[in-house]
Each structure stands twice: as C-alpha cells, then as structure tokens.
Design a protein around this ligand. Structure first.
Ligand code: ADP
Ligand code: MG
Length: 256
C-alpha cells in the first residue's frame, strides 16, 4: 500500500447488475477537507458508487481505500469505524423513534464501530461520547432542525425535516468522510442555502465530502471539484468551472 494524502481513494471500481454496467471503472480521490461534487443524469450510477464506497455493495472489480487502508473487503460497519458516514438518497430513519433518538442512534452505531476499531487496533475516530444527547442536539441545530421537532416521532414529519435529521444522523457516524446522496432534494430554496452553509462549515472543519446533487448551482457553490458520470463512466472531472464548460457535460445535461 502506498502512502497518500488522500482520505478516500477509489481505483477503477466496477459493478454490473444483470449485465448492465452501473458503475464502469470509476476512479476518484478525495483529500482532507475537500468536497467533490458528483453530477450525472438519472441512472448514471451515482448512488451505486456510494454503496460501493460505503460497503453496501461488493464491486466486480476495483478497490476502495480509506487513507492508506484497502477496505474493499470490509463490511459497512467496519468502514463506518474508519470514519465513513453515508446519507442515503432515500433517508433510512428509525420509524417510531423521535428525531433526537434517531440522531443518538447514529452516535450509538459509531460507538459500536469504535469498539470494533479498538479490537482491530484501527485508528479511532471521535472521542468517547459522554454528552451524546447534547452533541446530538447540537448536530440537529447545526442542520437547521427546529427545537420543536426534537422530541417528535420522526414518522410523518415534513420531508425536509426528515432529510436534515438524516444528515445529522450520518454526521454522528462520519469521522473523516461524509457521503451525501442528494441531500437537498425536496428542500425549499432557503433550506438549500442553509444546508449549503452547514456543509461548507463541515468542510472547513476538515471533513472530506462527496456530494451527489442534481442542482448544479447548489453543488457548484460549495464543491472544490466535480466528477461527472454518464452511463456508469466518468465523462469529465476536475475544477468546477472547467467541468461545467466541458462540451461532453453540456451534452449529457441537455436531455435532462
Ligand atoms: P443514479 O443514482 O445515478 O440515478 P443508480 O446508481 O441508482 O443511478 O443506478 C445506476 C444503474 O444501476 C441503473 O440502471 C439502475 O437501474 C441500476 N441499479 C442500481 N441498483 C440496482 C440493483 N440493486 N439491482 C439492479 N439494478 C440496479
Ligand atoms: Mg441515485
């Protein structure tokens, strides 16, 4: 394993479903405190790429590294122990639990992941959470979830609130890498601006972030670089302006 400054590295990862190549030899690298925006039409393979990184899907080929460690064969909770948090495109929240309990559950999962990490002598991310409840309340506030929702059962709350709870929950898991799959979907314009600010704050705090988002302006406002997928393959990557001016990108988006 070579030494790198990258927090997350994906090497030629490939995954097919029933003969259809959903992710086709994709490579990417994220350094500490940087944000890579991932664009691409529906079905381009964006969510599949995240599931391959978080370990919810096994690749047919290629490798995933967290820091210098090859995690390609590790389970999702083992990758969480190494600091990878994922917000699914369809938030997976615990029904019947309150907003606060949902966020605390994320921290609990991280705690277990931490025990796993020490058993394997992997580096631990995050300190012992003595004030888990206080920290969870702060995470909710940070992502603009109003106090009045904190002790409400999650089911039936407005979709925008559920989304922000999901981000706060993943933040309890994410130590070094946060994967956000369309976190702004279903949010109003002002909610989007708030979310963009919160994400920019996380980045400023050193978090490495991969962000899938359809709203190009939203991504462009906070991304350091972009990666564009089309039919599973990378069609453009690099600095935001360069990628947005790329004729291949303009063409891929013209049909949307
Ligand atoms: P995106 O997130 O960019 O919209 P996805 O990663 O969800 O794209 O899907 C990429 C392709 O892989 C699509 O053709 C989709 O139908 C297919 N796909 C994704 N997940 C599965 C699965 N679990 N089983 C079969 N096909 C899948
Ligand atoms: Mg998707």
């Amino acid at each position: 394993e070579r030494r790198t400054s990258s927090v997350l590295r994906v090497e030629s990862i490939t995954r097919s479903f029933a003969g259809v190549t959903a992710v086709d030899s994709v490579s990417l690298e994220v350094t500490a405190g940087s944000l890579v925006g991932i664009l691409g039409p529906n079905g381009a393979g964006k969510s599949t790429l995240f599931h391959l990184i978080a370990g919810h899907l096994r690749p047919d080929g290629g490798r995933v590294f967290i820091g210098d460690r090859d995690v390609t064969r590790l389970r999702p909770y083992q990758r969480a122990a190494l600091g990878v948090g994922l917000v699914f495109q369809k938030p997976r929240l615990f029904e019947g639990m309150t907003v606060l309990q949902n966020v605390m559950a994320g921290r609990y999962l991280k705690g277990n992941a931490g025990m796993f990490a020490s058993a394997l002598r992997l580096p631990r991310h995050g300190r012992c959470e003595v004030h888990a409840e206080q920290a969870s309340r702060e995470q909710l506030a940070r992502f603009g979830v109003p106090d009045r929702y904190t002790d409400e059962i999650i089911d039936g709350l407005p979709f925008g609130v559920q989304r922000r709870v999901a981000v706060a929950q993943a933040l309890g898991v994410a130590g070094s890498v946060l994967l956000l799959d369309e976190p702004a979907a279903g949010l109003t314009g002002s909610e989007r601006s708030e979310l963009a600010e919160s994400i920019a704050d996380l980045k400023a705090g050193g978090m490495s972030i991969l962000l899938i988002e359809h709203d190009v302006r939203f991504v462009a406002s906070i991304a350091d670089s972009l990666l564009v997928l089309d039919r599973g393959a990378v069609i453009a990557e690099g600095p935001v302006r360069k990628v947005l001016a790329d004729p291949k990108v303009i063409e891929a988006y013209s049909g949307v």
